[in-house]
Ligand binder design. Sequence first.
Ligand SMILES: CSC[C@H]1O[C@H](OP(=O)(O)O)[C@H](O)[C@@H]1O
Length: 429
Amino acid sequence: MSLQAIRFTRSEPYQLRILDQLLLPYTEKYIEINTTVDAYNAIKKMQVRGAPAIAIVGAISVIVEVSHYLNGKFKDQSFYDLINIDNFKRQLIKRLNFLITSRPTAVNLSNAINELIGIINNSSVQSIDELFPIIFEFGTELYDNDFKNNFKLGENGKDWILNDLRNQGFNGDFSVLTICNTGSLATSGYGTALGVVRSLWNHSKSLIEDNNNNDGDDHDENQLPPNKRAKLDTIKFSRVYPLETRPYNQGARLTAYELVYEKIPSTLITDSMVTYLTSTLKNSSSPIKVCVVGADRIVKNGDTANKIGTYQLALICKQFGIKFLVVAPKTTIDLQTLNGDGIIVEQRPSIELQNVSGGIINNQTNQVIRDEETGFAINGKVGVAAPGIEVWNPSFDITPHDLIDGIVTEDGVIVKDSNGEFDLESLFK
Ligand SMILES: CSC[C@H]1O[C@H](OP(=O)(O)O)[C@H](O)[C@@H]1O
């Protein structure tokens, strides 16, 4: 199993490969990205998806395209003028503006590519050879910063959740809800909201270890020094419930794949089970106490675009007094857009709701059927909607900021002020 959505060879000959997520969880197949048009197509089809991941693939596809071009790798070299640097910049920027249109809602891609366009426009280089290192540094820095920030996101979210539960006077095990895929398959690694789950699980494992080590002691917790008593903290994450996330099933296909890989206790549910599960677990030994979700665009007042189904998840959390956290790097924040009304929500093709894709199952064994030579799963599609029915298929919805308890970033967790407002500008001062 591989959890590396993006593989980039950083020395000549540069190679960008992405894990084709449309084939997961049954087949791990990497496909090469050699141009910005390859990147556009892979992002549009959602072979690679997840707001941070598509920005990284977009930025690195520019490195590979320009490098291949300089080395004469393309049969048709007509799309660039190798002689005149101004012409070259103009042609490159035209291709970058096309790349941005692949998925309009996730701001990470447009933030990254527009920043790169600004750098190209403002550079005073007089040759493509001088421009290439600038493009290379931008793409690799975006990739490396994302990974570094994701671990901070995970730890910041974990600490906030444990402190909040402690302040509520909660004790014991708790469970977590999450939607879509926000893990290693949506980023450079570790993840955003699923990164918080990873950090919570690592914390739980350390508690279990400590408690096992202490089990031999005959101790009265109150006799223990405070630092030792903290070790016996009884607030412990015990299970995550990922939603399958119709219609593209990023939860069932991708998040479940990551959770099984990392052996994190998890139970897959359908999107329609959230309310009944939450009420059923309310007085259980591990009630649901927090929901962590990713983001595709967080605008100035904190309204957040995320996978379709997030808004109703936030409403359910409000109803049950469950904390609702948006987890995202600062590259997902759009201060230019004032509120959710200004967000363009991507409409996906109807067939993505009318059909379900996956590995063909052998009815006798209930196992996926595999090609004997390649071992790859035989994939297929089944229709699940009545022919002729009209379809509405928005890829995202907008959760109003008043339903959001906190926005977890690499620089800390932002909560609302006494007026119920988020001050996201403070993150950039
Ligand atoms: C850290 S991924 C952020 C965000 O992107 C996903 O959308 P998609 O699978 O359509 O690319 C989902 O909304 C995640 O929460």
